[in-house]
Design a binder for this molecule. Structure first.
Ligand code: ZN
Length: 203
């Protein structure tokens, strides 16, 4: 399986990092080795002094597809989840300045938290899902999928022009505003609507 991540999909997050608003979705991949194993703590890697949390809504692909039309994109997934795209922001900044790929900052071991998945059928509208991240019990990121620049079905159409989607692939749909540094002993808890989707300890 592979993880396809979308960058810069929420206007307020683009502003907080002073990035340019993209004309197309920004895509990057994470390998399966980046998935943080269930119940394991997140270890801050020694090569970064500034690892940021990015809470994101996840979509799990259930059938193979290429060049998927947005009209049919909804038939490619039943499950929605929540996760964290951990980002070594200091390293990413250096790579961006040099025009280099982001993988070392985004795809390292443990950089992908994949929380629980739930059936999309339990939600009235997946384009207005509320989600949040709490750090040590305080809300640090909070948004709705309504604020996405590209909605889930549009993302599937766009991604599948470049990458064949396969069963079990996971899309990270981008982070809203409020990203911030994590420190040892932090506890990060993600909620989709009122359901707890993951709880991670930082070491
Ligand atoms: Zn992200």
């Amino acid at each position: 399986m592979k993880i396809i991540c979308v960058g810069r999909n929420y206007a307020a997050h683009i502003e907080e990092l002073a990035n340019e608003k993209p004309t197309d979705p920004v895509l990057f991949l994470k390998p399966d080795t980046s998935i943080l194993l269930k119940k394991n703590p997140f270890l801050i890697p020694e090569f970064s002094q500034q690892v940021h949390h990015e809470v994101e809504v996840l979509v799990k692909i259930k059938k193979i597809g290429k060049h998927i039309d947005r009209k049919f994109a909804h038939t490619y997934y039943d499950e929605i989840g929540l996760g964290i795209d951990f980002t070594a922001r200091d390293l990413q900044q250096q790579l961006k300045e040099k025009g280099l790929p982001w993988e070392k900052a985004k795809a390292f071991d443990g950089a992908a938290v994949v929380g629980n998945f739930v059936q999309k059928s339990q939600f009235e509208d997946i384009n207005d899902l509320h989600f949040r991240l709490e750090k040590n019990g305080t809300i640090v990121q909070q948004a709705s999928t309504e604020l996405m620049l590209w909605k889930i079905d549009e993302l599937i159409e766009y991604i599948s022009k470049y990458f064949t989607l396969k069963i079990g692939d996971i899309i990270f749909t981008g982070t809203p505003a409020g990203v911030g540094k994590v420190a040892p002993h932090d506890v990060l808890e993600g909620y989709l609507e009122e359901q707890s989707m993951f709880s991670i300890k930082v070491k």
